[in-house]
Design a protein around this ligand. Structure first.
Ligand SMILES: Cc1cc2nc3c(=O)[nH]c(=O)nc-3n(C[C@H](O)[C@H](O)[C@H](O)COP(=O)(O)OP(=O)(O)OC[C@H]3O[C@@H](n4cnc5c(N)ncnc54)[C@H](O)[C@@H]3O)c2cc1C
Length: 811
């Protein structure tokens, strides 16, 4: 075996082969793949080969489309048959909620470039004459979906890579890794060592073991899944005789599984529900397990079989030829972990891939792009492994993967917070807020109130594709913030401290805004080298050389890792994650000063404590409270970052002071409405690494007269005049709101997309942030937006439609 390679891929499944191919196609040929036994010997060889393109998320859909594009080109390029059957996919809706899901999907399908149609029951039956479902309301049809031969496509990608010069070493198990003094990775294998610049792990069911060798806890655990293949089905034989096309892959809400033609018979893959789902090798894949299957478990899915046989009688009549049951990796959100390994330079993860056949081509393409080009051309943050934090330990992951796969076929509503492994992280306010009606959601492991149920209303969340009763209570919370005062429990926010003699210079070289002087706060962005937004921080300067940084909860591990990588080699800058040490309450609304002033000796008057100021002191009985006069709601208000030990009493004191002023507890849903009315951008939605700071409308936070990461790219983008821009639009909605990712139309033509949206309870209509071509981003431009399949009138409006001059925050 060679002694050195530029990049090593560990694992020869569909994902590892995809990465090797992706790297080779980008011109990196000094690369090698190490596989402990044979290519495809992990989960790949026994996969059902389905490549479904259904995703409501714009970025996920674009990524999946890439897989299909790559697989379709492989045969031509390598001469290898990959068994691609473009038979289409048909999803049957039997309930109005499921049909709403499909209608909502149609608002995003054209934007995603998906060939998708809603079908009537008669049209669906014409495509699947063996289906005897009299209850169906309709169906969603993707004619361009299909299935592929997993082993063949893996071998084709491996051949494609080899043809370009990549090496593959079989029977070469990786036993460990060592960082060399020169910063490379020494990979120890059963066949000797090999040193590489970039290490990429794609080890399927072995992910936790591989992670352990690197000191990482990978948030994935394999589950067991199975499908059956039947003997010949006379109806299918007859269809073939008549030269009829293969029927689409069928998914019916009732039988919760997939059904497709396989040879002259059928393949039926029912989804195991949580209570019947078995995990595999939680403590590591045993030595004896190779390219093996595990024993059939009919009982786990007997209910699906009953339904399946009732809906497709031909399935019941056919004899069973084979059962295929095996493990594959699962994550809490059923998405792969693709991207940098936190804390380890030049180590890349392509682990925890549920649906490695579906994702193999995509991961190969985008991970190699990230490694070779230093960034991605589209927003891949949904897959970044750092989206999970330290809370994603094994116990948590175990419960969450059981829930994820065990509810795979169930209805999932927008914004639905799933219950498993909760509560996990709670602030001291938790029990008291529960008593006061909190309906809890979850952010980065933390419980956070979504809204508060008034007395007499059940404190249980309501989910739908349409408006629900809870809107009434969210409206009351919004009105309280606009007219009196609200208290928002914001403890899950990510919080870092940056200090030391080099702190100011270091941060200044990273962030696009000018750093604040002591006592002041700024909003500042950490951009990518190409000018996209990697992170957004509220930066408070507590004193010379001491900064306090706040960012969105989900970014905790991510931002910490990105900043850590940039730390200077000396000890001039210290970076500390204090997220779990400090809580946060926002007290916001015209009466905020009246509530807080009696609790603190800090002068809260306008001259004493202006907008975007920061002071630390005692509030109530709590010492060391960092008060930032900033907020996401657009009213007079302060964010109070306090040591968590004081939180419980501080809460009580604020509630008590607030009572005469009509203080109301306010949750995340109201916050979302309030920030949309102010056109405040949200990270990972309206801002992301793909969109430049200009496109996201961040001009006022960028100082081109100083140096920062991404400045050159922004200057170039300015010359280029980016063709699109984030603008605020109003939508005339009724009964349902925009969610995000919907296409935006002008005179019947698709011109842009919504990055986030929802109802503006003060303004009385939907507000959304949308990416539009520059020439259309002018207030007054008439638009249309499809909501649940109906075109709604919309128009571009001025930024910050509520209080455009920002006078209320400066009151
Ligand atoms: C019944 C069933 C049906 C399925 N149907 C579908 C489907 O229709 N569509 C779909 O997309 N997915 C499907 N899947 C899931 C799919 O099989 C997996 O997601 C996919 O194979 C994962 O690919 P991978 O490359 O990540 O992992 P694997 O295929 O498991 O490859 C990992 C490789 O890494 C090697 N390895 C591990 N550790 C080391 C080490 N230390 N040194 C060297 N090599 C190592 C292993 O030997 C293995 O070959 C199905 C799974 C099952 C069980």
């Amino acid at each position: 075996m060679q002694k050195h390679a530029r990049a090593i891929v560990v694992g020869g499944g569909c994902v590892g082969a995809g990465i090797l191919y992706g790297l080779a196609k980008r011109g990196w040929t000094d690369i090698a793949l190490l596989e402990r036994t044979q290519l495809t010997a992990g989960s790949t060889w026994h996969a059902a080969g389905l490549v479904p393109s259904y995703a409501r998320n714009f970025n996920i859909a674009r990524m999946i489309a890439k897989t299909i594009e790559i697989y379709e080109g492989l045969e031509r390029e390598t001469g290898q048959n990959v068994g691609w059957h473009k038979c289409g996919q048909l999803r049957i809706a039997n309930t109005s909620d499921r049909f709403d899901e499909y209608k909502s999907y149609m608002s995003v399908a054209e934007l995603q470039g998906m060939n998708a149609r809603l079908l009537s029951p008669a049209e669906a039956r014409a495509l699947w004459p063996l289906l005897d479902n009299k209850q169906m309301l309709g169906a969603l049809y993707h004619p361009d979906d299909g299935h592929i031969a997993p082993a063949d496509v893996t071998h084709a990608m491996a051949k494609g890579a080899r043809d370009l010069g990549a090496k593959i070493y079989l029977n070469t198990e990786v036993k460990g890794f060592t960082r060399t003094p020169g910063g490379e990775w020494q990979v120890h294998t059963a066949q000797g060592d090999i040193v590489c610049e970039h290490l990429i792990c794609a080890t399927g069911n072995y992910a936790r073991q591989t992670g352990a060798m690197l000191g990482l806890e990978i948030p994935a655990i394999p589950i067991l899944h199975q499908y059956w293949i039947t003997e010949a089905v006379p109806e299918i034989v007859e269809r073939k005789r008549q030269g009829l096309p293969e029927m689409p892959i069928l998914r019916d809400e009732w039988f919760e599984g997939y059904l497709r033609e396989e040879g002259d018979g059928l393949m039926f893959g029912p989804y195991e529900r949580t209570e019947n789902l078995k995990l595999f090798a939680e403590d590591g894949v045993p030595e004896w397990f190779g390219a093996d299957l595990v024993e059939e478990d009919f009982d786990a899915v007997s209910r699906n079989w009953e339904q399946g046989v009732e809906l497709v009688p031909a399935l019941g009549r056919a004899g069973i030829k084979a059962n295929v049951r095996g493990p594959f990796q699962m994550t809490a959100d059923e998405l792969p972990l693709m991207g940098p390994a936190w804390g380890l330079p030049n180590v890349w993860l392509a682990e925890g891939v549920p649906g490695g056949i579906l994702w193999g081509g995509t991961i190969g393409y985008y991970l190699s792009e990230r490694i070779v080009e230093g960034g991605n051309s589209i927003d891949t943050t949904d897959l970044d492994p750092r989206r999970f934090g330290a809370y994603a330990n094994k116990a948590w992951t175990r419960e969450k993967v059981r829930e994820a796969w065990g509810t795979h076929a169930e209805l999932h509503f927008p914004g639905q917070d799933m219950p498993a492994a909760r509560p996990q992280k709670t602030a001291p306010s938790y029990d008291r807020l529960t008593q006061l009606g909190a309906v809890w959601g979850v952010l980065n492991g933390w419980e956070m109130p979504n809204w508060f149920a008034p007395e007499g209303v059940e404190a249980k969340d309501q989910y739908s594709w349409r408006w629900t009763e809870k809107g009434k209570y969210v409206a009351q919370e919004v009105h309280a913030v606009r007219n009196a005062v609200g208290l928002v429990e914001m403890t899950p926010m990510t919080k870092f401290e940056v200090s030391g003699p080099g702190a100011r210079n270091w941060l200044d070289g990273i962030l696009a805004n000018r750093l604040p002087q002591p006592g002041r706060v700024v909003l500042a962005h950490h951009l990518t080298a190409s000018g996209g937004v990697q992170a957004e921080y509220m930066v408070a300067c507590l004193e010379d050389g001491a900064f306090y940084l706040i960012s969105t909860p989900r970014a905790e591990r991510w931002n910490f890792d990105d900043l850590s990588r940039l730390l200077p080699g000396d000890s001039s800058v210290a970076l500390r994650n204090v997220t779990d040490d400090r809580g946060c309450f926002t007290v916001v609304g015209p009466k905020a000063r009246d509530v807080l002033q009696p609790l603190t000796g800090i002068d809260l008057s306008n001259p004493g404590f202006p907008w975007f100021g920061v002071k630390a002191g005692t509030v109530g009985l709590a010492s060391d409270v960092r008060m930032l006069r900033v907020n996401y709601e657009g009213e007079l208000g302060w964010e109070l970052y306090h040591p968590l030990a004081y939180q419980r009493r501080l809460l009580e004191q604020i509630l008590e002071q607030g009572r005469p002023h009509g203080l109301r507890l306010v949750g995340l849903h109201a916050l979302e409405s309030l920030r949309l009315e102010k056109s405040y951008r949200a990270m990972y939605r309206d801002m992301n690494p793909e969109l430049t700071a200009w496109e996201s409308g961040l001009e006022r936070f960028v100082r081109l007269d100083k140096n920062f990461i991404g400045r050159d790219a922004l200057l170039k983008a300015r010359e280029r005049n980016d063709p699109r821009r984030s603008v605020t639009i109003a939508i005339d909605t009724d009964g349902a709101s925009s969610l995000a990712s919907e296409g935006v139309y002008h005179q019947g033509r698709l011109v842009g997309r919504i990055t986030s949206g929802g109802y503006g309870y003060t303004l009385g209509h939907d507000i959304a942030l949308a990416l539009l071509p520059l020439e259309l981003g002018v207030p007054g431009t008439p638009l249309e937006v499809p909501i649940l399949g109906e075109m709604r009138n919309a128009r571009v409006i001025e930024e910050s439609p509520y209080d455009p001059k920002g006078e209320r925050s400066r009151m």
